[in-house]
Design a protein around this ligand. Sequence first.
Ligand SMILES: C[S@@+](CC[C@H](N)C(=O)[O-])C[C@H]1O[C@@H](n2cnc3c(N)ncnc32)[C@H](O)[C@@H]1O
Length: 499
Amino acid sequence: MAGKRKRKSVGERRREIHPRNKYSDNPPDFGLLASLYPSFEPFVFYSHDGRPKIDWTDFNATRELTRVLLLHDHGLNWWIPDGQLCPTVPNRSNYIHWIEDLLASDVVPCSRADGDVAKGFDIGTGANCIYPLLGASLLGWKFVGSDVTDVAMEWANQNVRSNPQISEMIEIRRVDCEDNDLDSQELQNRQQSNSEGMGSSNNTENDNGPSSVLQSVSSVKKSYNGPPILLGVVKDGENFDFCMCNPPFFETMDAAGLNPKTSCGGTPDEMVCSGGEHAFITRIIEDSVKLKATFRWYTSMVGRKLNLNNLVSRLWNVGATIVKTTEFVQGKTSRWGLAWSFLPPSKKMISSQVTEKKNLSFMLEGLQRQYSAFHVLQSVESFLANGGASCKLNSATFHIDITASEDQLNAILGTGTETKSEDACSELEAFNSSNNYDIQSDVLCFSISVFQQIPGTLLVKGTMKERESSISGLFLLVFQQLEQFLKKKFCIERKGIIR
Ligand SMILES: C[S@@+](CC[C@H](N)C(=O)[O-])C[C@H]1O[C@@H](n2cnc3c(N)ncnc32)[C@H](O)[C@@H]1O
């Protein structure tokens, strides 16, 4: 990437990358790869300080990088045709490792017999088939990878066949588009997107774009009218440990935007659907309500924080027993992982789950000397009040009583993200006044207390007063965000992988 960006420290890089990611300690060495792979060599040039670089705006360069990384680090043979979405290997590996954490966490008990390998379902595997290839080669998982387009079918199958060591573990499944409720509006949308977007080989990979591009308000109102996603694609009697999805994020190719700094391909079929990611993931949620225990974990990537917050609320409302989120920091943008389940949490989790939702706490360790509990309390107040929440601070008891509406909680959750521009705020207002959740008047009442444990260590406790509120799911998210905010502000930051 050209430009004068400061080189990231190892610590900074680590925060952006899962600790088990192959590249967490060893980022790709373009010089070494160029010396080993003559086909990659023409794409590598050296900056004035002698560092090897590639031109991220050249699709052929990014594709060749992905090819040599998959070959060199994963022993995988891989290719995609011109213009198809080209995945970045380190970023895609983060999602795989997060799912690995979910499966290992035992929050939702595993019913698989010992010795059976985990089985996943990759919704929209694409021509690149990246998740099944990585999941099978890194972790020995079996996969069904679904897709709707001819090119994805042909190339995903080709990519599986080119890797006989794992080909038995991956089934590529065509989604039957004949029987679906794909309506004329959806067909029209897609045709329009195709005519707008074809021939553009310079599209941003959705790794780079969604949180920086504001879609129109209408995107969150539209529902998905495309081919089936899970229901009707998963066969009777099938069970999976998880599903995963890198959804078509955008409603139009215009909304996908062209990121002049990168070229990772991406055709309208890959990037666009009616209603964008919100509608696509909402359909996955609707399918999951019907399929329930067919999957131990349902997961998806989410490109926009505003959508994440809404989808979390929706999940609590439809009766998910557990909802988890994580943030994937990718360069200057963030994306989020959303996971949920309908299975009863494991016994040892049940009591902590219940208390987890009502009473939450975290330690602020390594507090810098100049800060006291009172500074922390004041920061809690301004963090919450900035979103419009009403806060009553009691400095004698180090306690704040808070009342916040859903709008205010969403505004708090938007703090510090790219969606907190004026546009995003008016979009948020427009969305909140037009959504159909009917939870406008609901408010959440909770309190935050700060206690000194030992010098340099504070305990921050949150207690929710109304657990039955339809927006109570947001308490967990707000508290998690408060934790990150305070740790970043007052301590040497430590970041959890699963939150
Ligand atoms: C953003 S691409 C993701 C490709 C690949 N998984 C990746 O991460 O690079 C989204 C994919 O979803 C596919 N898709 C769209 N609607 C679908 C559906 N109803 N079922 C399965 N795949 C679908 C598209 O054809 C496209 O390949």
